[in-house]
Design a protein around this ligand. Structure first.
Ligand SMILES: Cc1cc2nc3c(=O)[nH]c(=O)nc-3n(C[C@H](O)[C@H](O)[C@H](O)COP(=O)(O)O)c2cc1C
Length: 236
């Protein structure tokens, strides 16, 4: 394989990154082609992982009864979490569409297996969370690959992991990491729904980049990148 990306290929990757969206509505009834789904899953499976441990599994879910039980958990958790926020944000929060569990044709639960390849995994002994981080890398690969295939993905985390474990019959040591809803969509919104709804805005890149140490926002060794970052190119 040629190890250089052409400009067109680079643009393709950036396009996927900037136009990827979390999708909860606008799913169509078109089913996902099995070849497309297998490409998306294979992209996920090629994510980096600590010590090459590949600690993920992908549970593919179509069954309505299963999805209904998970949707019920969403409703319970949404109500519970709404107690944590005061009006008027509470009503606004409750008005958002935050899942597409029954609207999307396929749900995928991505899980973490801390026991994969035994107790010693290179790189995991000092920071055990790297196992979960690896699964998140797989989710991001899946999300980007799906975007290039025109498939929307929505991550639903307003769920009880206990319910997920019971409904999906996960062994005790398996951790559900991501519950994803996949389907063709009518459109990919240009911006995050939560930005459009004026819930939160995207932070400026210059406010999240520090130089050399925590909260150092300027440094003479970093002038050029600092100026470029301040220009805050909006690719989206
Ligand atoms: C770990 C994680 C959990 C999320 N959980 C939910 C969720 O429960 N419901 C939802 O509607 N969106 C969920 N999202 C999507 C975020 O709200 C979304 O990524 C963010 O608003 C930015 O929008 P974008 O993904 O379209 O760029 C989750 C995203 C991540 C990474």
């Amino acid at each position: 394989m040629n190890d250089k990306f052409s400009d067109e290929e680079k643009n393709g990757l950036y396009k996927a990154i900037y136009s990827r969206r979390d999708v909860r509505s606008h799913f169509t009834s078109t089913s996902i082609d099995d070849e497309v789904l297998s490409r998306i899953l294979n992209a996920a499976h090629h994510a980096p992982s600590v010590g090459f441990s590949q600690p993920w599994n992908f549970i593919l879910i179509k069954d309505y009864e299963t999805r209904k039980k998970i949707k019920d958990s969403f409703e319970t958790e949404r109500k519970r979490s709404s107690q944590l926020v005061e009006e008027p944000r509470k009503s606004k929060y409750l008005s958002f569409k935050l899942e597409g569990i029954l609207d999307s044709p396929i749900n995928v639960c991505v899980t973490y297996d801390p026991s994969r390849f035994g107790p010693f995994v290179i790189g995991k002994s000092s920071i055990p969370e790297t196992g979960i981080y690896s699964v998140c890398c797989a989710v991001q690969n899946l999300w980007l690959a799906a975007r290039t295939e025109g498939i929307g993905v929505g991550w639903v985390s307003i769920l009880s992991n206990d319910v997920l474990k019971e409904v999906l019959e996960l062994p005790e040591h398996i951790v559900p990491v991501a519950y994803l809803c996949l389907g063709h969509v009518e459109e990919f919104a240009p911006r995050p729904d939560l930005e459009t709804a004026k819930w939160l805005s995207r932070l400026e890149l210059k406010d999240v980049v520090y130089y050399e140490k925590w909260e150092r926002k300027q440094n003479s060794n970093w002038n050029k990148i600092h100026e470029l970052i301040k220009a805050n190119l909006d690719y989206a």
